[in-house]
Ligand binder design. Structure first.
Ligand SMILES: [Zn+2]
Length: 64
């Protein structure tokens, strides 16, 4: 059996800052992750990968 049989879940996000708490399967303390220069980041706790994708190229307004 292969050791790396875990399917890495990729989450597309529209913000350069995401929070992860592991979800129902891998619950862990809630942390915030910054999207890196390669437009993605990985949660050190549960291994989830977050891929940054801008919502739209036109008329994009940032709301906080
Ligand atoms: Zn996580």
């Amino acid at each position: 059996m292969a050791k790396n049989s875990i399917i890495v879940e990729k989450n597309v996000v529209h913000s350069e800052r995401v929070c992860c708490d592991g979800g129902p399967c891998y619950g862990h303390p809630k942390i915030y992750l910054e999207i890196g220069a390669n437009r993605q980041t990985k949660c050190p706790y549960c291994g989830r990968v977050f891929v940054y994708a801008p919502k739209s190229a036109s008329g994009n307004k940032i709301k906080n």
